[in-house]
Design a protein around this ligand. Structure first.
Ligand code: SAM
Ligand code: SF4
Length: 348
């Protein structure tokens, strides 16, 4: 195994040489090709399911620089990573993000760069993100009602987000995916409005079940609005049918039977976990590798990136961590341990 890694890393093969065997295979045979990169833990919102009202953010010198992030991606691309997603915190509070995207786009083997954002800064940045080579944007939006938006984000910014979605659309990021966290007692009334948003604007609306990753420990099982209930509620208003999706994606997709507008996606992380098909790893903004959203241990890559460790040594560390990837999360099981970091600090 070690010999193989050295061959791939040291010989620095290029994508143009043909597809490489993926070296990121975990103990259960899952092939890892997707990396989520958190570029900051900072955010201009304070969503109650994610962040506390008051936060001590990381010192800036602990964050990986663009050069460190780019070097890391150059190391893992030959191992089999071909898909990246930038996240945070709010990725667009990090200055000059298009510059990072430009750097990542030069890396052989990377063929898909996406970003998950709260949408607030998109009006200003959508065009430059497109020009830098960002392929896809997901915007998080949990409600279409101003008062409920203020309640959930602790900020009065619904119109900024809607303007941001329009700007992303105009810049050519189609279809835009809109992510709504599905919370019992909050989301039910939003379902008809979101279904109409999908039908009238062609956006893909994805409902993500509320997970126990909030900073304020508000999560309880009864607060999860199950994906299957959302589907039943939409189907009762606008008939929908499943879409066969050959892509390995956590979202189960449905389309309107009259074929109007965009799809509806359900991400049932709690009630129907998709851990068996997980193809992801994450790097936090402070350079810790996490092999599961719910990991209780991390691999410190920042220390390696800032030492005289060579690329091979870092590659070995990643391969080793992936080999020990957790089989799955244990939400609702007696031995579930909530991760010490909340979602904004992990990078959702
Ligand atoms: N700030 C950006 C945003 O909100 O899109 C990116 C980071 S945010 C942590 C990434 C995604 O995680 C968002 O779609 C957010 O709704 C989701 N999220 C945060 N906390 C969550 C939780 N406890 N359960 C489910 N999804 C959550
Ligand atoms: Fe910020 Fe995104 Fe967390 Fe909301 S979900 S507080 S926008 S990081």
């Amino acid at each position: 195994m070690l010999v193989n890694i050295e061959r791939h890393v040291s010989a620095a093969p290029r994508a143009s040489d043909g597809p490489l065997p993926n070296l990121l295979i975990d103990g259960l045979g899952r092939v890892i090709n997707s990396l989520r990169i958190s570029v900051t833990d900072r955010c201009n919102f304070r969503c109650t399911y994610c962040m506390p009202e008051e936060v001590d953010f990381m010192q800036r010198d602990l964050l990986l620089s663009f050069e460190e992030i780019t070097r890391f991606v150059r190391i893992v691309a030959p191992l089999g990573i071909n898909k990246l997603r930038l996240t945070g915190g709010e990725p667009l509070v990090r200055k000059n993000l298009p510059e990072l995207i430009r750097q990542l786009n030069t890396i052989d083997g990377i063929n898909d760069i996406g970003m998950t954002t709260n949408g607030f800064f998109l009006k200003e940045h959508a065009q430059s993100l497109k020009e830098a080579g960002l392929h896809r944007i997901n915007v998080s939006l949990d409600t279409l009602v101003t008062e409920k938006f203020v309640e959930i984000t602790r900020r009065d910014a619904l119109q900024n987000v809607l303007d941001g979605i329009r700007a992303a659309d105009e810049a050519g990021f189609t279809p835009i995916k809109i992510n709504a966290v599905a919370i019992r007692g909050f989301t039910e009334d939003e379902i008809p409005g979101f279904a109409e948003l999908a039908r009238n604007h062609g956006h893909q609306i994805r409902f993500i079940e509320f997970m126990p990753l909030d900073a304020d420990n508000l999560w309880e099982n009864q607060k999860v609005l199950p994906g299957r209930e959302i589907i039943e509620r939409i189907n009762a208003i606008y008939p929908i049918e499943p879409v066969h999706n050959s892509q390995k994606e956590p979202a189960t997709l449905y389309r309107f039977k009259d074929r109007k507008g965009g799809d509806i996606g359900i991400i049932p992380s709690v009630t129907e976990p998709f851990c068996d098909h997980c193809n992801r790893i994450r790097i936090t903004s402070d350079g810790k590798l996490r092999t599961c959203l719910f990991s209780n241990s991390e691999t410190d890559l920042r220390s390696m990136l800032r030492s005289d460790a060579g690329d091979d040594a870092i590659a070995h560390q990643v391969v080793e961590a992936v080999r020990n990837k957790e089989p799955g999360h244990k939400i609702n099981q007696p031995d579930f341990i909530k991760p010490q970091r909340a979602m904004f600090s992990i990078g959702g």
